[in-house]
Design a protein around this ligand. Sequence first.
Ligand SMILES: [Zn+2]
Length: 200
Amino acid sequence: MPPIYVEFNFCPLCAAKLDVAIVEGKERKICPRCDYIHWGEYSVGVGGVLIHKDKGLIVQRAINPGRGRWTIPGGYVDQNEKIEDAVVRELREETGLLTEPVSVLAIKDRPEDVPGVKHDIYIVFLLRYLGGELKPDPGEVSQAGFYTPDKCRSFNISPLSLHLITKAIERNQEGDLTPGFLRKDGLPIVGALSELYTLS
Ligand SMILES: [Zn+2]
């Protein structure tokens, strides 16, 4: 069963019943007691492309959403977690493999993941293998393996996963080992955990 998202009716801070008012040009839920404004519901997901000998790592999902479907490994980012830490964690949890981020390959924006209720953003990294053996977590993944793009096409695979694996392998064959945005250190950015991904 897909997850159910219920729109807020009560203030998450003080539990008063929320009103609807126009705030910055749009109808939004606001709290009449403590001035809380509900700006929206957002989720951030990450995925990881890991290439080995012209094959890409894909997993078959054991749980919903998308049970039975093959995708690159990944999952949701925790509240105080860096996106690159999230993708490394998800890879380790789902496949047992230790990796490190190389570059950002893609961003998928899905403002109507749940129409009018939830906005989802998905960021895909290229990863480098560091260690560990492929050992799928049966709670999340029913199978995992490295497959050529041609073989991937024979599975029920997410088109975005297939596209990114294919492109990453093509770039690799052309000698481009770090396609996409790279983490840039040394530029002043506001915030303790802030990271910047930009052109190298
Ligand atoms: Zn309130």
